[in-house]
Design a protein around this ligand. Sequence first.
Ligand code: ATP
Length: 254
Amino acid sequence: MTAETERRSPDTTPLLRIDDLTRTFTRRGRPFDAVSHVTLELDAGGFVAIVGRSGNGKSTLINMIAGLVRPTGGSVEVDGLRIADLDDRGLSLLRNRTIGFVTQEQTLLGNLPVLDNVILPATFFPDEKNETVPSEERDGGDGEGRDRLVDRALRLLERLGVDGLAGCYPRELSGGEMRRVSIARALVNDPKLIIADEPTGDLDADSTTTVMRLLRERADSGVGVLMVTHDADAIDYADTVYRMDAGTLSRAWV
Ligand SMILES: Nc1ncnc2c1ncn2[C@@H]1O[C@H](COP(=O)(O)OP(=O)(O)OP(=O)(O)O)[C@@H](O)[C@H]1O
């Protein structure tokens, strides 16, 4: 860890700090700010929802938080680490261990059954220090560690009402079932920060309640949750709601 990437004191640092974040794209020769000078802090245990019309920059914002899109200006710090200071491996580790990312698109691996998809994040980086996952579960390999990991994954799948699909392949699942499996995969490593892009897209009312109660519980237990949503029912579970409009973020009173 270099001086620049040294982790700051968790006592003084919010879990997520976004400072003057901007991303400019160029389309048909004309530059525009998809995200424009956004500043936001999220503490451990906080639950923030971001709403806004399609194309207003929400996905670009959360992709910058996850280090998938590089900012044009400003900075993102997650758990005391500046995203811009991390190399590819550092970013992968952060995404794997600190952030649980529920993407808008379906990203389950088609050649693996549901259960293997869910435990996959816990099988990465077997030789790295991992503070969130008990050591005996880190390798996801043979023996007791794998059994516990499988137990944890099955409990999450059960909680989300899709444990009966553990042996199925993604192509055999509906959109809403895939969404719930993706949520289980995002939570399996007990992330400190959950970023969820439309986590209730494709879900019926009962499944929406199940998912939102799970996210709320995680927040109540000290996890930071940042959710992008169009779903009025989902918004009710957040502490604070922001609106994204033409790349800028402001408090929404809903
Ligand atoms: N790589 C890119 N190059 C050029 N323009 C882009 C690129 N990615 C996104 N955009 C544009 O940036 C704007 C913001 O896109 P973004 O996907 O962040 O919106 P969004 O609010 O998440 O929309 P939705 O709710 O439909 O997912 C859109 O106008 C989009 O067309």
